[in-house]
Design a protein around this ligand. Structure first.
Ligand code: HEM
Length: 154
């Protein structure tokens, strides 16, 4: 078993934790915003968990992209034209990283805006808006059609 396989395994399974926590925090934020609830410690903790996992996913992704994966930066050794013309290479070497980076940045912006907001309603609203967009972006660049990548095993 190589380090590449271990990283891919972790990155693959962490996806489920990220997505489930995202749904959880989005629903909580929506309810809090619409029902005018009190912003509790548990709301803060759920946000920290979501954004923390996004950062961890980013770190694993960066390691894959720049060091271990043949579909990351390595792919450009074949030439940019080849990467852009080959769907699978373009997907991993360009689209996945670009969209996921935006998703991580939006999650962080949502967290910062929510933390800084004074009014509780605003805390929920910022979290809901940014986390929802981040979540939807992530959904668009997860390879759902590749069954071997869905529940990866060694
Ligand atoms: C933040 C949310 C992210 C999610 C939910 C996510 C999800 C995934 C999933 C599901 C896979 C397929 C894993 C498998 O083959 O079983 C994957 C692969 C990969 N991801 Fe991400 N990813 C994220 C962020 C990133 C980022 C930010 C980068 C780059 C900096 C990145 C780089 C890669 C690379 C290089 C692969 C592997 C391609 C391969 O060698 O097969 N990911 N990602």
């Amino acid at each position: 078993m190589s380090f590449y396989q271990i990283l891919l395994f972790l990155h693959s399974w962490l996806r489920w934790a990220v997505l489930l926590t995202a749904i959880w925090v989005i629903v909580r934020s929506f309810r809090g915003w619409q029902m005018g609830l009190h912003f509790k410690k548990s709301d803060n903790a759920t946000q920290v968990a979501f954004v923390g996992m996004m950062h961890l996913q980013l770190l694993l992704g960066l390691l894959l992209y720049f060091v271990f994966s043949p579909f990351g930066l390595d792919a450009f050794a074949q030439g940019t034209k080849v990467v852009m013309k080959t769907a699978v290479l373009r997907y991993w070497a360009v689209e996945h990283i670009a969209v996921m980076l935006i998703a991580v940045v939006l999650a962080q912006i949502g967290r910062t805006k929510s933390k800084r907001a004074r009014a509780e309603k605003q805390k929920f609203k910022h979290a809901f808006t940014f986390f929802l967009i981040s979540f939807l972006l992530m959904l668009t660049r997860i390879p759902w059609h590749e069954s071997a990548r869905l529940f990866r095993s060694f």
